[in-house]
Design a protein around this ligand. Structure first.
Ligand SMILES: Cc1ncc(COP(=O)(O)O)c(C=O)c1O
Length: 363
């Protein structure tokens, strides 16, 4: 039907990746980070697929948390940036959300609202985006504990460089956070993002927060997802809509940026940057066509792109094309395009239908 451009979502792979996160978390529990529409995979479907496994979810925005509740997710939901608007404290109370408190104005809003809310305190151990300095924590804990209705569940910090096994920053952040954990043994502590799971020396504390690894892209700068034991969840696929042979000297696409030096069989694929395929992917970006690994040619257009079929001379219009998935990792495409898998996965646009595959449900 249609142009056959779609994102197939393998929910069994998602569960496989979550189970790996759980094992790597050791005695800690892994809260599933499903923000940004489940990293582009579909918030409700991802969260539902992890029900029974994930005991806690984490999102960035109140709207995402509301969607989880509307989808019937009953587990605690952590709001990683807390609330932006004072009026949202009441929604946190009504929906049982757990905002992360990173600033004094949020503590003031909690005091003014008088609502019953469970919160986490954000500690800035070196990322320097959000949170209280370790030296300010005792005072803010005292303030929060002095508020009727407010329960302080624990503390959260976020790694800046855990994707690099040779960084010196993670050890520094862990030393600061470990000190706090020792002083507040009654509270829950959470530090590890996906990369933290692959740093055996990093303490796991009580809760880890895996995001990108759940979706099967690598969180590490030097290891592929496959090397880490992760399985691609999204397969972005389309079809060949046309095949032609370019004569020597002929160019393809806007700007005529690539020109054939010899007779070159070429295919046009029905996907482009309007679907979230990166326009910055240069000539040579890998693509899987009709069972062979080939590469892109010239500039990516809004609705189509060109591929070199020299390595797949048998390819015909209608043949399946994988832009990323199990054969070509999203990380490889991202690296070619000068970005990261996170951006590509979250950037697949709304016009690309998500098609879910779940062997547990379909039998
Ligand atoms: C506070 C916080 N925790 C956890 C995560 C998950 O990170 P990752 O996707 O690298 O696992 C994020 C994502 O950016 C985050 O902002």
């Amino acid at each position: 039907m249609g142009r056959h451009t779609r994102a197939r979502i393998d929910l069994a792979a998602l569960r496989h990746n979550y189970a790996l996160a759980g094992r790597l978390a050791g005695d800690a529990q892994a809260m599933a980070v499903v923000k940004a529409d489940g990293y582009g995979h579909g918030l409700e479907r991802v969260a539902s697929a992890l029900e029974g496994m994930a005991k806690r979810y984490a999102v960035a925005t109140l709207e995402e948390a509301e969607r989880l509740r509307e989808a019937g997710i009953q587990q605690p939901v952590v709001l990683l940036q807390g609330f932006h608007d004072d009026a949202d404290v009441a929604t946190c109370h009504a929906l049982g959300l757990e905002p992360v408190i990173h600033s004094d104005h949020q503590i003031d809003a909690l005091a003014d609202s008088g609502s019953t809310v469970t919160v986490w305190l954000k500690v800035n151990t070196g990322m320097n985006r959000l949170g209280f300095a370790p030296g300010d924590v005792d005072d803010r804990v005292r303030r929060l504990r002095g508020l009727d209705g407010v329960t302080l569940r624990g503390m959260v910090t976020h790694y800046a460089c855990a994707d690099d096994r040779n960084d010196g920053m993670t050890a520094h952040q862990n030393a600061l956070f470990t000190d706090l954990a020792a002083r507040y043994p009654e509270l829950a502590f959470s530090a590890a993002n996906s990369a933290g799971h692959f740093r055996p020396e990093a303490p796991r504390f009580h809760w880890t927060r895996p995001g990108i690894m759940l979706y099967g892209a690598t969180p590490m700068i030097e290891e592929s997802a496959a090397e880490l034991g992760l399985r691609a969840v999204m397969t972005l696929e389309s079809r060949l809509t046309a095949v032609r042979t370019l004569a020597p000297g002929e160019a393809v696409g806007y700007g005529a940026s690539w020109r054939a030096e010899r007779p070159t069989p070429m295919g046009i694929v029905a996907i482009g940057y309007g679907d979230g395929y990166p326009r910055h992917a240069p000539t040579g970006t890998p693509v899987w066509v009709a069972g062979a690994r080939v590469c892109t040619l010239g500039r990516v257009s809004m609705d189509m792109l060109a591929v070199d079929l020299s390595g797949a001379p048998q390819a015909r219009p209608g043949d399946r094309v994988e832009l990323w998935g199990a054969q070509v990792s999203v990380d490889e495409v991202a690296q070619r395009a000068g970005t990261i898998g996170y951006e590509l996965l979250t950037g697949v646009t709304a016009r690309v239908p998500r098609v879910y595959e779940d062997p547990v449900v379909s039998g």
